[in-house]
Design a binder for this molecule. Structure first.
Ligand code: CA
Length: 300
């Protein structure tokens, strides 16, 4: 098994990066990852105003995957996620759903033991997930803090152990990178951070040739989720609904009207996060209703 250490990382998703490693399809890969603040907050007295924000949200990689070409779908199986025994959660004025309120910057160190995070006497069962995961984008670089069609800072709770992620490939080899693990997060990620932890991600790659999704897709348990991000939350919901209705039409030979009706009764919208530069939603469609082929666009 190949291992990539956490010092091999990037702060942008870019076509111009040199890969740190090449892997084959089907090969198991272990990525070691920094926490989202680059390990800069080790205790609660760390002055947050002195954080080096150029060191946040590092993604380990990029990885060149042999056999994957532009126009394909990169299939990423999240085999396991291991998180460290402490994490940090922080609030910073100007950030998060209540960023306009007056409050103090503050960090809290959270202990993680035997599968539980301990927050001020409250025990929460951890649900480790990958916050940032993606490939080189189609055009200009994206900072790792931004979610978009190439992936990035998706902060979706479903990108966890057992999930399968489908990413559009825009450059041969894909140039995959991931990091920003959360021990636990809830939909919305309201305060701007979660329990940010360093850790390890065990992965394996597959490919679907000559077809790709418009937006990242997660397959988890009994459903597919299409992950859409936009500066405007209403617009993100609108785009996600269009994507879902299109897939329902293709899968069932329905008219727009029928598929649109069905979206109210068979499709669910959830909010991934409202705190990143682009806000993220997911539209959740049962696997009984669509297959992955209905969610991909054939090239040519
Ligand atoms: Ca994040």
């Amino acid at each position: 098994m190949k291992i990539v250490p956490k010092n091999k990382g990037v702060f942008t998703f870019s076509r111009l990066h040199s890969p740190v490693l090449e892997v084959d399809l089907g090969e198991t890969l272990l990525l070691e990852t920094e926490d989202a603040v680059g390990g800069q907050v080790k205790d609660e007295s760390t002055p947050l105003e002195k954080l080096d924000w150029s060191r946040v949200n590092k993604a380990t990689g990029p990885i060149y995957i042999r056999g994957v070409k532009s126009g394909d779908t990169l299939v990423v199986d999240i085999l396991d996620i291991e998180v460290s025994s402490t994490g940090v959660i922080l609030v910073v004025p100007g950030a998060g759903a209540l960023g306009k309120k007056e409050f103090k910057p503050r960090a809290k160190i959270v202990r993680i033991k035997d599968g539980f995070a301990h927050f001020d006497g409250i025990r929460l069962r951890i649900r480790p997930m990958v916050g940032t995961i993606g490939v080189a984008p189609e055009g200009d670089d994206y900072p790792t803090g931004v979610p978009y069609k190439h992936g990035g800072n998706l902060d979706c709770v479903e990108i966890c152990r057992g999930a399968r992620l489908y990413l559009p490939v825009f450059i041969d080899g894909a140039l995959f990178a991931a990091g920003d693990l959360h021990a636990i997060q809830e939909d919305g990620e309201l305060c701007v951070s979660s329990i940010e932890v360093e850790g390890k991600i065990l992965l394996r790659f597959e490919v679907i040739k000559d077809a790709r999704p418009e937006w990242p897709i997660v397959e988890y348990n009994d459903h597919f989720s299409i992950l859409v991000a936009d500066e405007d939350l209403d617009r993100a919901v609108e785009i996600a609904t269009e994507e879902a209705v299109g897939a329902l039409m293709r899968a069932n030979n329905w008219s727009f009207e029928e598929a649109y009706m069905f979206s109210s009764i068979g499709v669910r919208v959830a909010v991934n996060q409202v705190v990143d530069p682009k806000k993220g939603v997911r539209v959740i469609i049962p696997k009984e209703i669509v297959s992955i082929q209905h969610l991909l666009k054939r090239e040519g």
